[in-house]
Design a protein around this ligand. Structure first.
Ligand code: COA
Length: 389
C-alpha cells in the first residue's frame, strides 16, 4: 500500500513588501536581497493573522466533507505557538470543524517539525489506512526590524493531507535523520523575535544536508542520478541553492544542469513569500509541482528538512499520475493579487501584533480578506473568528 501526500494547500497574507524597496530603506544594495539572499517579495503578516488562523486558512479550502470525516490526526507544527500549554491544533480543529474523535497535537523543533508531523502521519495511516491525517506547518518568521535576519522574514502555512493511495506524492518509508545540540538559532520564552548566528546557522545547514543526503545514498545504495529533483527547506532561497551546489560534484554535467533547472522552479513561490519556518520545504515542493512542466509521474523527488537547534532529515517520494489534482492550483493568482505595502506600513504592522500581556485587546480585521481571523484577546484568551459562520 502506498501512503503519502494527497493534497497540498498554502495560505499567507494578502500583503507584501518589495525587497528592493526594503533594501533601499536599509541602505543595502537591492541585489544583495534579490540575488545574494534570493528573495524578491516578503509576506507582511497583519496582526489579524497568527499561527492558528494561517493554519486554518491553509487547510479549509482543500478539505472535502469526506476528508473531514476521515481525519483522526491533526498535527500543527510551529515555532510561533500562541500558548505554552494548549496546542494550536485544538483551535485549528475547532475552526475547521473537524470530528471530535481527532488526536490534536502541536509539534516543535524549529523549521523541522512539519517533517516529524508528516512521518508520524504516514506511520499512522499505514496502521489505519481508512483514516487520513492533516499536517500543517504554520509560522511567522520574525527576526526584528533593522536586523541582519530581517530580509529573511515572511510567514504562512502549508497544509498537507496524508492518506493511503495519495494523489500527489507516495512517500518512501526510508529516511536519514541527524539531531545534535547546536546553538545556531533559538528563541527564549521571553523573546518575540528569534536569536540567530546567521553565518554559523547557514554552515550547519549545509553540514547537515551533506550528512543526511550522503547517508541516505549510502544506506539505500543510490546515487544522485536517481533523483529527478531535490527540494530544500528554504529560510531564504539562496540557502537551498548553496546546499544543492554542495552536492553537484556527485552528478554529471547534464544532471547538474537539470537539478539546477528544477531548483529554480522549487524556489519560485518561496522567493515571493519569504521564510515560513516549518512550511518552507513544503511550499518549495508545491512550487516545484505547480511550475515545473517537465516533471513526470514516477519521478523521484528528494526532500531535505532542517530545523535549527538542530535536526535534519532527508527522505523522498514518487510523483503520482494525477498529482496536479491534489495541488493548490489557485496559488499563482492569489499571490499575484496581493497588495504591496510601503516599508513604513510593514513596520507599523510588524509592531502592531497582539501584545504578550494580560490585557484585553482588540484587533482591527476589517481589511483582512481571509476567512479565519484573530480579533483580539479577552480575559487572557485569544479570540478567533470564522467570518463566514
Ligand atoms: N549583489 C549580489 N550579492 C550580494 C551583494 C550584491 N550587491 N551584496 C551582498 N551579496 C551577497 C553576499 O555575497 C552573500 O552571499 P553568499 O552568502 O553567497 O556569500 C549574501 O548576499 C548575503 O550577504 P551577507 O553579507 O552574508 O549578509 P548578512 O550578513 O546581512 O546576513 C544572513 C545574511 C542570511 C546570514 C542573515 O540574513 C541571517 O542571519 N538570516 C537568518 C538565517 C537563517 O535563516 N538561519 C536559519 C537557517 S535554517
Amino acid at each position: 500500500m502506498q501512503v503519502g501526500i494527497d493534497k497540498l494547500h498554502f495560505a499567507t497574507s494578502h500583503l507584501y513588501v518589495d525587497m528592493a524597496e526594503l533594501a533601499n530603506a536599509r541602505d543595502e544594495a537591492p541585489d544583495k536581497y534579490l540575488i545574494g539572499i534570493g528573495q524578491s517579495k516578503m509576506a507582511v503578516i497583519p496582526p489579524s493573522q497568527d499561527a492558528v488562523t494561517l493554519a486554518a486558512n491553509a487547510a479549509y479550502p482543500m478539505l472535502t466533507a469526506a476528508d473531514i470525516a476521515a481525519i483522526d490526526l491533526l498535527v500543527v507544527a510551529t515555532e510561533s505557538g500562541v500558548d505554552n500549554s494548549k496546542a494550536a491544533a485544538i483551535y485549528v480543529a475547532q475552526l475547521l470543524g473537524l470530528n471530535r474523535r481527532v488526536r490534536t497535537i502541536e509539534m516543535k523543533e524549529a523549521c523541522y517539525a512539519a517533517t516529524a508531523g508528516v512521518q508520524l502521519a504516514q506511520d499512522h495511516v499505514r496502521v489505519h489506512p481508512d483514516k487520513k491525517a492533516l499536517v500543517i506547518g504554520t509560522d511567522i518568521a520574525r527576526y526584528g526590524l533593522h536586523t541582519s535576519g530581517e530580509p529573511t522574514q515572511g510567514g504562512g502555512a502549508l497544509a498537507m493531507l496524508i492518506s493511503a493511495n495519495p494523489q500527489v506524492l507516495a512517500l518512501d518509508t526510508n529516511s536519514v535523520m541527524l539531531s545534535q545540540d547546536v546553538m545556531d538559532f533559538w528563541r527564549p520564552l521571553y523573546h518575540t523575535t528569534a536569536l540567530v548566528d546567521g553565518k554559523y546557522s547557514s554552515n550547519i545547514y549545509i553540514d547537515y544536508f551533506q550528512d543526511v543526503f550522503k547517508g541516505y545514498l549510502a544506506e539505500q545504495d543510490m546515487s544522485i542520478a536517481d533523483f529527478t529533483a531535490l527540494t530544500f527547506h528554504l529560510p531564504y532561497t539562496k540557502m537551498g541553492l548553496k546546499a544543492l551546489r554542495s552536492v553537484l560534484p556527485l552528478a554529471t554535467m547534464d544532471q547538474q544542469a537539470a537539478l539546477l533547472a528544477h531548483f529554480e522552479h522549487a524556489r519560485h513561490f518561496n522567493r515571493q513569500v519569504g521564510n515560513l519556518y516549518t512550511g518552507s520545504l513544503y511550499l518549495s515542493l508545491l512550487s516545484l509541482l505547480l511550475t515545473d512542466a517537465t516533471l513526470k509521474p514516477n519521478d523521484l523527488i528528494g526532500l531535505f528538512s532542517y530545523g535549527s537547534g538542530a535536526e535534519g532529515e532527508f527522505y523522498a517520494g514518487r510523483l503520482q499520475p494525477a498529482y496536479q489534482q491534489g495541488l493548490d492550483l489557485g496559488l499563482p493568482q492569489r499571490l499575484a493579487r496581493r497588495q504591496r505595502v510601503s516599508v513604513a506600513e510593514y513596520e507599523r504592522l510588524f509592531n502592531g501584533q497582539l501584545a504578550w500581556n494580560d490585557t484585553d485587546q482588540v484587533i482591527d480585521y476589517a481589511d483582512d480578506p481571509h476567512r479565519f481571523v484573530l480579533t483580539g484577546q479577552k480575559a487572557e484568551q485569544h479570540q478567533y473568528l470564522d467570518t463566514q459562520a
